[in-house]
Ligand binder design. Structure first.
Ligand SMILES: CCCCCCCCCCCCCCCC(=O)SCCNC(=O)CCNC(=O)[C@H](O)C(C)(C)COP(=O)(O)OP(=O)(O)OC[C@H]1O[C@@H](n2cnc3c(N)ncnc32)[C@H](O)[C@@H]1OP(=O)(O)O
Length: 218
């Protein structure tokens, strides 16, 4: 039942594994890993989070649900792989590359000039008063800012700083438009800007620095 330990996933590169040092310079993108129904599994898990976030179960139902979730977790524990082999984060055909922990987004346009994505904060991303939690908005900017800088430098980058301006409330369950782009590229430094809109209304903007990693840099 325990998750994969750090020592198991932080393994050295070998012939079948192109990561260098503790870091993989290229993401091993896929459209098949995890099978054709992996996206459906993710969506059911998101629905579980939505429903759990607002549930107030009576005690007898809580007991039954603990047993059900335990059974689900036991199945998931049987199919653990390391971070380089999991479909999560690599499935470019799925929302947020199949990464369940990110707010679900769909990239509608992406390249060295920037990224445009439709992002929907789910009910479980609630901060308060039906609005999205600011931390989840920052996560979306981090990932899509990281994607914009990766497409610009043609390699993986890492966030050095990320400053979010929360300009107006960000609604849940509403398709929103996020744009991110590299404003200035200075050697390894990609200065990224971004916006989040609900229609014409600006919900948030971002100012971030991503650094292209050197080969072998942990
Ligand atoms: C079609 C589909 C394709 C799919 C394709 C997949 C794409 C896939 C996208 C994934 C998207 C994930 C996006 C999540 C990204 C994370 O969330 S990363 C996790 C969060 N970030 C971290 O943990 C970073 C921790 N910090 C570090 O590792 C190191 O400090 C850093 C940031 C790598 C920099 O260290 P370093 O490489 O030793 O660089 P260093 O020489 O210190 O600095 C380089 C330059 O940057 C400047 N700098 C560094 N830090 C700062 C700072 N905080 N403020 C200002 N300046 C700074 C330095 O002053 C220096 O400037 P110059 O002297 O060159 O002018």
């Amino acid at each position: 039942m325990s998750p994969v330990s750090h020592s198991e996933w932080d393994r050295p590169a070998d012939a079948s594994s192109p990561h260098e040092g503790g870091f993989r310079a290229q993401i091993d993108i896929s459209t098949t890993r995890g099978g054709p129904r992996y996206g459906e599994l993710n969506e059911e898990l998101r629905r579980l989070m939505d429903l759990a976030r607002y549930a107030c179960p009576p005690e007898e139902l809580t007991e039954a649900m603990i047993a059900q979730v335990r059974a689900l977790n036991e199945n998931l524990a049987k199919v653990q792989v390391d971070e380089w082999e999991t479909p999560s984060g690599t499935r470019i055909d799925l929302p947020s590359r199949g990464n369940l922990t990110l707010p679900p987004y769909v990239v509608t346009d992406g390249g060295p000039d920037g990224v445009i994505a439709d992002v929907t904060f789910r009910p479980f991303h609630l901060g308060g008063n039906k609005a999205a939690h600011g931390g989840h908005i920052a996560v979306a900017f981090d990932d899509l800012g990281g994607l914009a800088s990766a497409l610009k430098v043609e390699g993986v980058t890492r966030t050095a700083y990320l400053t979010v301006g929360y300009r107006s409330l960000t609604p849940l369950d509403t398709p929103l438009q996020m744009r991110t782009w590299v404003e200035t590229l200075d050697g390894r430094k990609a200065f990224v800007k971004g916006t989040l809109h609900d229609g014409d209304r600006l919900c948030a903007d971002v100012d971030a620095l991503f650094i292209a990693l050197k080969p072998g840099q942990p």
